[in-house]
Design a binder for this molecule. Structure first.
Ligand SMILES: C[S@@+](CC[C@H](N)C(=O)[O-])C[C@H]1O[C@@H](n2cnc3c(N)ncnc32)[C@H](O)[C@@H]1O
Length: 213
């Protein structure tokens, strides 16, 4: 891949206004969810996630930030709900998985979602390649709240976990493990898997299990 192809895949040419509008404009411009959802990285993510779902007998999955559906095409989940801030992402998933009755999708405005967990929960909730794109503090905090409040048994995050500065406007690294420990003591960090391709991604897998009501 040459630099122009890389820049296009990574969405580097788009200006940044807010994390929500960035993704909508990115998908409308015909760009993808990014390098992390294709090739080696997508296969690595799917292998870990499908193995977990199978071995822990997970019956239902909610993903916050499902993206363009390329990563999801490798998933083997009994029942799945994908949410995204981008309407275009939901349209792409709708078209791609039309006829697959195990997959549901919902376009949402995270700022206008209140007490979702009273009606929508799953065994496992997922955050894949999203945390470090939540540039605004309010977006980050409400995202964590939705992710952890709707999980009945497990939460899996695939993300960076540091506060290194980023030179790219749509990336902000966060030490989310500290925030989770503080805000969601009912969840325990049970495992961490480093990336098989560290030269391609700064993300690792973080596995949380609910230990109390
Ligand atoms: C890098 S893509 C990852 C897509 C998918 N999770 C994957 O691994 O292929 C990030 C996605 O998160 C979505 N997103 C950004 N902020 C969000 C938020 N606050 N709530 C839900 N989705 C969000 C974007 O629209 C985009 O589709």
């Amino acid at each position: 891949m040459n630099f122009m192809q890389f820049a296009r895949h990574a969405g580097l040419a788009l200006s940044f206004r807010s994390s929500g509008s960035y993704w909508e404009r990115r998908y409308r411009a015909g760009l993808t969810s990014g390098l992390g959802s294709y090739g080696d990285l997508a296969r690595f993510k799917a292998e870990i996630l499908n193995g977990f779902v199978r071995s822990r007998e997970v019956r239902s999955v909610i993903e916050f930030g499902c993206g363009d559906g390329n990563q999801l095409g490798l998933a083997d989940y009994p029942s799945y709900l994908g949410l995204d801030v981008s309407a275009k992402a939901i349209d792409l998933c709708h078209a791609r998985f039309a006829g697959d009755r195990t997959k549901s999708f919902l376009w949402h405005d995270p700022r206008r979602m209140v007490n979702l967990q009273n009606f929508v929960t799953a065994d496992l909730t997922l955050s894949l390649d999203v945390i470090y794109h939540l540039v605004e503090d309010a977006a980050y905090l409400s995202y964590l709240d939705n992710l952890f409040s709707t999980a009945r048994r497990f939460v899996i995050l695939y993300s960076s976990d540091g506060d290194d500065a980023s030179s790219v406007a749509h990336v902000r690294h966060r030490r989310f493990t500290i925030d989770v420990e503080r805000a969601y003591p009912e969840f325990r960090l049970t495992d961490r898997i480093e990336n098989r391709y560290p030269e391609q991604s700064f993300c690792s897998f973080f596995f949380y299990e609910k230990i109390a009501g």
